[in-house]
Design a protein around this ligand. Structure first.
Ligand code: F6R
Length: 253
């Protein structure tokens, strides 16, 4: 199993290390295809990328991006859509042409066709060079909830109550959280050439302990990553707090 674990002190250190990996990837391959995520965990990474772009001029002019997922039924201008989040937090801060950034279309009239189009798009781009992932409290990746077969491609999912509750903090009320989403499947994610998964905070400790136990099971979608040859996990102390003490040493300063 080729899973590399970088133990870091805190959220800031996790964000810097992840940003460094992405910046290096873009410098090595200026037309890299980046797979991106939304949520709280990756916000610090996007802040780092924006700061580096401003200060050091790393260019994203030739980069292409594909996002993991999008809510069904939210307009791209809706402040809670993942398209809006990406434009706000990352794309507007970089020199990437907006038409080279891709997010599933949650308003597509034919959602199944949209899923097939998204898979074709990833293939046409030449596949994902580097996929950035967060992890759900229940071990989900993208919106692939426990029980999702590892063979799934991009598909429509009904969100679990736990995920809807976790995301409700961004909406006026739980009722406003969409019930469906489009997500890259686990098979889609595993086709990426390299994967970086981030975890910060105590609420991720249980999922991380299960992930690092090494048992590969659809009950913990992130455990599919054990089947991939090039995965880097960057996790902070709190996210690793349920791992036995002797394995919990902080490697990074
Ligand atoms: C977001 C996504 C999700 C999140 C996960 C963690 O595009 O695919 O799997 O990465 O739910 O969310 P946060 O970072 O908000 O804890």
């Amino acid at each position: 199993m080729a899973m590399k674990l970088l133990k870091v002190a805190d959220y800031a250190e996790m964000s810097r290390q992840a940003a460094d990996i992405i910046i290096k990837q873009v410098k090595e391959k200026p037309n890299a295809v980046l797979g991106l995520a939304t949520g709280s965990t990756v916000l610090g990474v996007y802040r780092e990328l924006a700061a580096d772009h401003r200060q050091h001029g790393t260019s994203y002019r030739l980069v292409r991006t594909v996002n993991l997922d999008e809510y069904v039924g939210l307009d791209p201008d809706h402040p809670n859509s993942y398209r809006y989040y990406m434009n706000q937090h990352l794309f507007a801060q970089l020199d990437i042409p907006l038409h080279e950034t891709h997010v599933p279309d949650g308003l597509a009239a034919d959602l199944d066709e949209e899923c097939r189009r998204y898979e074709r798009l990833i293939d046409e781009l030449g596949g994902i060079d580097l996929q950035l992932l967060g992890i759900g409290r229940n071990g989900h990746i993208g919106f692939n909830e426990p029980g999702t077969p590892f063979s799934t491609a991009t598909h429509v999912v009904e969100l679990t109550e736990l995920t809807r509750e976790a995301n409700a903090r961004f909406f006026p009320s739980l009722d406003d959280v969409p019930r469906y989403a489009i997500t890259m499947g686990i098979a889609t994610i595993l086709r990426s050439r390299r994967i970086v998964l981030l975890a910060s905070g105590e609420e991720k400790a249980d999922a991380m302990a299960r992930l690092l136990e090494g048992v590969v099971t659809p009950d913990l979608p992130a455990s599919a990553l054990h089947l991939h040859p090039d995965v880097t996990i960057i996790a902070d102390c709190e996210a690793l707090s349920l791992i036995p003490k002797e394995k919990r040493r902080v490697d990074a300063p």
